[in-house]
Design a protein around this ligand. Structure first.
Ligand code: ATP
Length: 428
């Protein structure tokens, strides 16, 4: 065990060290050994800030988590079956606390059977050497690095390496994780690990994962700083095709994916609206937007996409091509036509449309749409108002609202009173 106390003091924030010291004190009172594990240790050695503390306790992790919650006035949510507990502190930050455990896999991609164990066995069940290091919280201010599998040297040399040959068979999710960490840190998947990974892909081990697990991994990948690098790597490794069969042959799709980041950056600078579309959703839609119908439905089935998500993508797929066609015509559009063109699309699809036909003209349409037209299009009159004006409810109401919306967006009507005048002179 290597003493890394000075490194910890140099690299962590004061509050983090105070928190670790308090945890050490509680561990000594309760006579348990406590370790910080996983990504926090990896990022500490890489000198990257990481605020997610993962603790492993040799002893009862759940009751230790509850003890910490009492001390820090926090709250816990525990899972007895896994011996894990999420502690939420007053500042809303989280600490994951787990009982040291070992795992057995009855078959590939099965949920593991879990038994309480030592820190050594707990580290041995992990994915990669760089994620399998721990810091022993020994005494206040004294921290030791536990590195059984050579994680520190792999970090120095930039390698993603599994711990044993059956790793991808036990849990094929690790294939996605390997790509994510490789691309995030500009590392290389070590040669033997890469060969085992390719053989796992070739043997279709991904097919054994549930749709939900695949979606979770894809979501994590698409939330990375530069998702397109990961998407490209998945494409090279024929991994994308395991859930999106058409993807590799679709060049148009790829050129759109390549531009998403710059469009998102532009959008953030230009738009006053809050609630920009989450990055992963834009990329996710980008994977499916131009896929042929049959292939898309196959992906929906394979991934067991939740109805809400599959319907969202179906709706965007329905309107996307027509909107693109209109923009390609390069005619000047009236504000109401711009509004109609974008309003049937989700904001994620608007980003993709911009990535597809990026030009000054289309940029100005998108800017006007989000910053002006969406607000202008809010009609003040209601169905009740129309009835009070003597109109009968029915399909004409839709025509009235459409005309009102066009008039508002085109700047012909600007207030409730003007809406009343507009309806009287056009519909009564
Ligand atoms: P990130 O910076 O993306 O949060 P992380 O390493 O903290 O990275 P988590 O997904 O939070 O990633 O997992 C925490 C730790 O749990 C990992 O560092 C790894 O040791 C272990 N782990 C997570 N998923 C797996 C897996 N599928 N197989 C084995 N170990 C895993």
């Amino acid at each position: 065990m290597k003493n890394i106390s000075s490194l910890v003091k140099e690299r962590l924030k004061k509050e983090q060290i105070v928190l670790l010291d308090a945890i050490v004190e509680m561990a000594s009172i309760h006579n348990v050994s406590v370790y910080v594990v996983g990504g926090f240790v990896r990022d500490l050695l890489l000198n990257i800030e990481n605020l997610d503390l993962d603790l492993v306790v040799e002893g009862n992790g759940i009751s230790f988590s509850k003890t910490l919650a009492e001390k820090f006035c926090g709250s816990t949510k525990s899972h007895q079956e896994f011996g894990t507990s999420k502690l939420t502190l007053q500042d809303k930050s989280h600490i994951d606390v787990a009982t040291a455990r070992t795992e057995y896999y009855s078959h590939s991609a099965a949920l593991p059977t879990i038994e309480p164990s030592s820190i050594k066995l707990d580290l041995a069940r992990r994915d990669f050497t760089v994620n399998s290091m721990a810091i022993k919280l020994d005494k206040q201010g004294v921290f030791f690095l536990i590195d059984i599998f050579g994680g520190e040297i792999d970090l120095k040399n930039g390698f993603i390496r599994i711990l044993h040959d059956l790793s991808f068979i036990d849990d094929p999710c690790r294939i996605f994780r390997a790509i994510r960490f490789e691309q995030r840190f500009n590392f290389r998947i070590e040669d033997d690990t890469r060969d085992l990974m390719l053989s796992a892909i070739e043997n279709k081990l991904i097919d054994q994962l549930s749709g939900q697990r695949v979606i979770n991994e894809i979501k994590l990948i698409l939330n990375e700083y530069d998702p397109k690098k990961c998407v490209d790597r998945m494409r090279q490794l024929c991994l994308l095709q395991t859930f999106a069969p058409e993807i590799s042959s679709h060049d148009f799709n790829w050129s759109v994916i390549e531009k998403i980041d710059s469009v998102l950056i532009w959008l953030e600078r230009i738009l006053s609206m809050s609630g920009h579309p989450p990055k992963w959703r834009v990329y996710f839609l980008g994977l499916f937007i131009t896929m042929k119908g049959v292939a898309f439905e196959k992906s929906v089935k394979r991934l067991h996409l939740p109805i809400k998500i599959s319907n969202w993508i179906r709706l965007d797929r329905k309107f996307f091509d027509e909107s693109k066609r209109q923009l390609d015509e390069e005619k000047e559009l009236k504000p109401s036509q711009v509004y109609d063109l974008f309003t049937n699309l989700s904001s994620e699809a608007v980003v993709l449309l911009l990535a597809t036909c990026f030009s000054e003209r289309v940029c100005s349409y998108v800017e006007l749409y989000f910053n002006q037209y969406c607000e202008l299009a809010k009609i003040k009159l209601t169905g009740d108002d129309l009835m009070k004006m003597g109109m009968q409810p029915g399909p004409t109401f839709n025509n009235v609202f459409k005309a009102l919306r066009d008039a508002r967006v085109n700047g012909q009507v600007a207030s409730r009173d003007e809406e009343v005048i507009f309806v009287r002179s056009n519909f009564l």
